[in-house]
Design a protein around this ligand. Structure first.
Ligand SMILES: [Zn+2]
Length: 238
């Protein structure tokens, strides 16, 4: 039997079982085991793991842990210098988060019928960040971009994602359909009149249409609430 000691960064502590937090974790294991495997056996997906060191030396996730190793595990740092816009695929339980992110104009694929295999495939082939609360899903070896949502609340989840991927600078409200993710197009009021309620007809002149699902959008009270939320997120994250 071999033994290795793991020191987890404070950001990763909440992902450990209660009895293992706030102290070095001693792991006993047999045979050749990668550091990825041992960390994931404690419940932390590799997508949450940042820089790793064994006995002070930088190592990768495929490092084979040796008897007596002291492993230091840092968390992934927020993507502060992202120069390209992040795109996402969300697992089937995250419909509300998908709407929130689309409301901010962010590109999010979501269907409540997605199976695990499809999610993994889309993330890898389309270069999309996989958002989920399912740790096992993120433990698929091929997943390189993913984030384990901590909260069950969709607004808190939105904060988490905006913070982790530094999304404030990519926010473009009123640009993407909340139902289907398609970019919206400006549309003349006359051409959508029959879809509008009397008060909407009376008070609003600026409309957008989703060419994919025909949903009409205007800057009504929901738009004001959306701007408030965006402002709040922007202030809290920066
Ligand atoms: Zn649509």
């Amino acid at each position: 039997m071999k033994v290795a000691r793991f020191d987890f960064a404070s950001d990763l502590q909440p992902l450990l079982k209660r009895g293992l937090r706030d102290q070095p974790v001693e792991m006993r294991f047999q045979g050749p085991q990668s550091v990825k495997h041992l960390i994931e056996s404690l419940g932390i997906p590799h997508t949450e793991v940042g820089p790793l060191r064994a006995n002070g030396e930088r190592i990768g996730l495929d490092y084979i842990v040796q008897d007596g190793d002291r492993i230091e595990v840092r968390a992934v740092a927020p993507a502060a210098d992202n120069t390209t816009e992040s795109r996402f695929v969300l697992d089937g339980h995250l419909g509300r988060l998908a709407s929130h992110l689309r409301m901010l104009g962010l590109d999010c694929l979501y269907q409540n019928g997605y199976e695990d295999k499809e999610l993994v495939c889309i993330s890898v082939e389309d270069g999309r960040i996989l958002l989920t609360r399912d740790r096992l899903l993120l433990m698929h070896k091929v997943i390189s971009q993913g984030y384990l949502l901590r909260s069950l609340n969709s607004t808190e989840q939105l904060y988490e994602v905006v913070q982790r991927y530094w999304l404030v600078k990519w926010v473009r409200p009123f640009e993407r359909c909340m139902n289907c993710n398609h970019p919206l197009e400006p549309v003349r009021k006359e051409s959508v009149l029959e879809k509008l309620e009397p008060l909407t007809k009376k008070y609003y002149d600026d409309f957008k249409l989703c060419p994919a699902c025909n949903q009409v959008y205007w800057k009504g009270s929901h738009y004001e609430r959306m701007l408030e939320l965006i402002e709040q997120v922007s202030q809290d994250v920066q």
